[in-house]
Design a protein around this ligand. Sequence first.
Ligand code: C5P
Length: 292
Amino acid sequence: MTLNTAPLAELAPAKINLALHVTGRRDDGYHLLESLVVFAELGDRITVSTYETDSFAVDGRFVSDVPLDGGNLVLKARDALRAAFPGHARPVSIALEKNLPVASGIGGGSSDAAATLRALARLWRIPVGEAELARLALPLGADLPMCLAGRPLVARGIGEHLEPVEDFPALPTVLVNPGIAISTPDVFRALTRRDNPPLAALTHACDMFEWLAATRNDLEPAAMSIVPAVGEALDALRQTGAAFARMSGSGATCFGIFDSQAAAQRAADAIGSRQPGWFTAATKTMIQEPRR
Ligand code: C5P
């Protein structure tokens, strides 16, 4: 079979919840959240091109953890966009480079699905705005709208109400995952409180580290009760000089913020050599939408 168009690529960046407060629960069981979210330069990569039939291929470090059937969010995203715009949607070849650990609190499948929607909207020349794409994406997962936005923001509701955060700095960051997947529903089920205080207002006058220190990830104690190695990942980040360390999302990936990119790289190298079975990577958070 031959390719009909030049491939289009989109980064599916790691999502980092710098703070995540659980403030309530809806009648349908979904939790109400307030979260400051940023995205990293490190991520998976989605490449799409027009093809004679639909196809899906995966490679990358975490290829063996990715389902290839219709349960994959990449394929659900393709099918949802095709259903909404049937006149535009020609058969497509989709390739996923899976660089991030799955079920790990940094967006993973949601970011892949968001990148798929962005890439296919370009490939199929669909005149769809960001807000319409986000509405279409929400049924695929609560994190989809924020992953589509791909820039610093505060998310509220179950993740559908987004408020951009302007002028947020790019942060030298280390991501550490102790190699154990955690089920998001299990973590929410393990919560002992669901009515915690909301985030404090984030203004230009705030010192970021002081503001962060006064916030929480309310899912962290619950995740740690399921996977105690989350505590080891946090210790490793603090021992290697992180100015701030916390778990992202429902875990088990933890992030550390460092004073410089060189310090982040040194810490990642040190943790990686001590714990070769873990996923450890130095990166930087992005101040705007992902680069292709
Ligand atoms: O929306 P998504 O499929 O990513 O969520 C996975 C699961 O996590 C949901 O089925 C639900 O159990 C839980 N969840 C929640 N509240 C949220 C997001 C997710 O309870 N805001």
